[in-house]
Write a protein that binds this ligand. Structure first.
Ligand code: PLP
Length: 389
């Protein structure tokens, strides 16, 4: 137990990228004005459009998804907008701070960080506040491992006539979700979570209404890394790029999208769901508790486990890595120290990884003197896997 080694990265992002993605990144780096590269870029954006299951070409912003979130706030929210921010975790709460920089007012629905936002409370709030023009929500608030029902929330927001900003960074590609299904104006995601890619790009779906709103917003950034408008139609081979695209990252994204589409999104989602179900069964069979208030809101891309009383989350993480070379994710901000997260994303959304996760988690707890029955945990995980069709 002398050295820290990393053998299995079961994180909630960035994730261990697929070998094909790494091979993609090693493709030749082309000059961005090379007509052959322009055509290549257009082809990759088209592949992203197909993967998103939407009609309009997405924008690829050249920085990891926080760029997309911040650019979305800066571009869509004008000085006369009232934003309703939905906060059920660290990311949802955090978006409200960006929104406050640009909006006339930010009002919020906040729930405990092991809970989800109900569409009914959104409906009630919007009835009280008919002046709300933009609603923001995080689909899977990763530091809690919990999901918000964005399709139902999106329907309520659409009925009200407001625009919806969705952070789908750690859900898209790992479960059935799309910009159209939740009526998103801006739908922000990226390659470095469920797609098994690397952190370096934002995939951004923009609705027609959002393009109009951004174009009419005098404060929307132009000639800036935060400008979404500058990238409109940048994928068209007859347009110049606003600045140099991250060519190598784009090549990696291309490979990740190819894997996703070749395997078939439904199959990809099914293995995320099965891995999570097996993992949860194992965790519960060891007498441990999920962080989520109800299993129904637990994400299929992450299992957040409440750290038992008297155990230190950091000690558990250290033990899992030192003994077994297994890396889990820690909590963030309000959830730091209270939970440990097991990622089921991309490469690690393979059912047998559930048994690995349960073994390392339980073994680490035993080493810390919190005795659990690892065998019962593994057996429970395996029985879920074996019962799958
Ligand atoms: C990973 C993630 C992002 C990207 O942000 P980082 O903090 O830079 O990793 C944004 N939103 C959610 C929900 C994420 O899980």
């Amino acid at each position: 137990m002398a050295e820290r080694t990393t053998v299995f990265t079961l994180s909630t992002g960035p994730v261990d990228a697929y070998p094909e993605v790494l091979a993609g990144i090693s493709r030749p780096v082309r000059y961005d004005f090379d007509p052959l590269y322009l055509a290549e870029y257009e082809r990759i954006v088209e592949r992203a459009r197909v993967a998103l299951g939407t009609a309009a070409a997405p924008v690829i912003l050249q920085g990891e998804p926080v760029l997309g979130l911040e650019a979305g706030a800066a571009s869509l929210i004008a000085a006369d907008d009232v934003v309703l921010n939905l906060a059920s975790g660290v990311y949802g709460k955090g978006f409200g701070y960006w929104a406050a920089r640009y909006a006339k007012e930010v009002t919020e629905i906040a729930v405990p960080y092991n809970e989800a936002i109900s569409p009914e409370t959104v409906r009630t709030k919007l009835a009280e506040r008919p002046d709300v023009t933009i609603v923001s929500v995080c689909h899977h608030d990763t530091p809690s491992g919990t999901l918000n029902p964005i399709d139902e929330i999106g329907a309520v927001v659409a009925e009200h006539g407001a625009l919806l900003i969705v952070d789908a960074v750690s859900s898209w590609g790992g479960m059935p979700t799309s910009p159209d299904a939740c009526h998103a104006a801006l739908y922000i995601t990226g390659p470095n979570k469920c797609l098994g890619g690397t952190p370096g790009l934002t995939i951004l779906a923009v609705s027609e209404a959002a393009w109009e709103k951004m174009a009419a917003n005098p404060a929307a950034p132009r000639a800036s890394i935060l400008s979404i408008l500058d990238w409109k139609d940048a994928h068209k081979a007859d347009r110049p790029f606003p600045f140099t695209p991250s060519v190598a990252e784009m090549n990696g994204l291309d490979a990740a999208l190819a894997l996703y589409l070749e395997e078939g999104p439904e199959k990809v989602w099914a293995r995320h769901a099965l891995t999570a179900a097996a993992c949860r069964a194992g965790i519960k069979a060891m007498g441990l508790s999920l962080w989520a208030a109800r299993e129904a809101i637990a994400s299929p891309t992450c299992t957040a486990v409440a750290v038992p009383d008297g155990v230190s989350a950091d000690a558990l993480l250290t033990e899992a890595q030192m003994r077994y070379g297994v890396v889990f994710s820690k909590g963030r901000k309000e959830t730091d120290g209270k939970l440990v997260r097991i990622g089921h994303m991309g490469t690690t959304a393979r059912p047998l990884y559930a048994t690995l996760a349960v073994t390392a988690f339980g073994g680490a707890l035993n080493a810390l003197g919190h005795t659990v029955d690892v065998g019962a945990g593994v057996a429970a995980a395996l029985s879920v896997i074996d019962a799958a069709p």
